[in-house]
Ligand binder design. Sequence first.
Ligand SMILES: Nc1ncnc2c1ncn2[C@@H]1O[C@H](COP(=O)(O)OP(=O)(O)OP(=O)(O)O)[C@@H](O)[C@H]1O
Ligand SMILES: [Mg+2]
Length: 249
Amino acid sequence: MTVDPRLSVVAKRLADVKRIIAVTGGKGGIGKSFTATVLALTLARLGYRVGLLDLDLSAPSAHVILGLDEGVFPEEEKGITPPQVHGVAFMSITYFSGDAPTPLRGTDTSNAMLELLAITRWGALDFLMVDMPPGIGDAAMDVIRWLNRAEFIVITTASKVALETVKKVIRMLGELQKPVLGVVENMKLRESSTVLDALKGYNVPFLGAIGFDTDLEDAIGDVDALLETDAAKQLAGIVTGKLGFTKAH
Ligand SMILES: Nc1ncnc2c1ncn2[C@@H]1O[C@H](COP(=O)(O)OP(=O)(O)OP(=O)(O)O)[C@@H](O)[C@H]1O
Ligand SMILES: [Mg+2]
C-alpha cells in the first residue's frame, strides 16, 4: 500500500491547532452539525481562536446553520485560508460545490476529505471543531485515522435505535484508544434515564442533555438568534460547566 503524500501535509497544517474536537454520533439527523457549529460559535464568543471544519461531504450542513453569506470564499496562497465567519475560521466543501449535489463514492470521498485537510491553512487555533460524517462507515473511519489526535464528543438521542449505534461508536473509539470527552443527549423530549442506562458499563462521561427546542429551526442561519435559543444555551452550559472551557487567555 502506498502512502498518500498529502497525509504528511495534514499534520503540518494542524501543527498550530491545540485541540481537535470531532463531533460524532451513530445516526443521521441527531444534531451533530448543530452541536459542532454552536460549540464553535460558543467557544469563539468566549474568546478562543476557533476553526470549524465540515467533513460531512455528502450532506454538508454547517454553512446553513451559520448562515454563510454568498460570495464568502477562501483566499488562496500556498493553500487556502478559511474565511472568518462570525468569528470562526470556517472550511467546507460548499465553497467549491455550491448548491450542486456532491454524490461522492468511497475513494472519491476519501480523496476530497484528504484534499480539504491538506490544503487548508488553519494557522494558530485553540480549538478545531470537526463536523463528522455520520456513523462508522468508511468516511468516518478515515477521519478518525487522519485526525489522530482528535478528541470526540458523541451525540445521541434517547431513541433506542440511535443508542444502539451510538454504543457501537463508543466501543469502536475505545478499541482505537481515542479520547471521548463525553456523550450529549440531544432533542430530549421528556425526563427519562434511557441514555444514562444505556451508557452504564461504558467508560465515558455523560455531559448533559439538550431539550428538543421548537424555536431552533427559525434560528438556523441567524447566528445571533441561534445563540439565544434554549438549545444553544444548554450547550453553552455544557461547554463552560462539564467541559470546563471558560475563558481564553
Ligand atoms: N435540540 C434540538 N431541538 C430541535 N431541533 C434540533 C435540535 N438539535 C438539532 N435540531 C434540528 O434537527 C435537524 C438535524 O440536526 P443536524 O443537522 O445537526 O443533525 P446531524 O446529526 O448533523 O445530521 P446528519 O447526520 O444528516 O449530518 C436540524 O434541522 C436541526 O436544526
Ligand atoms: Mg450533519
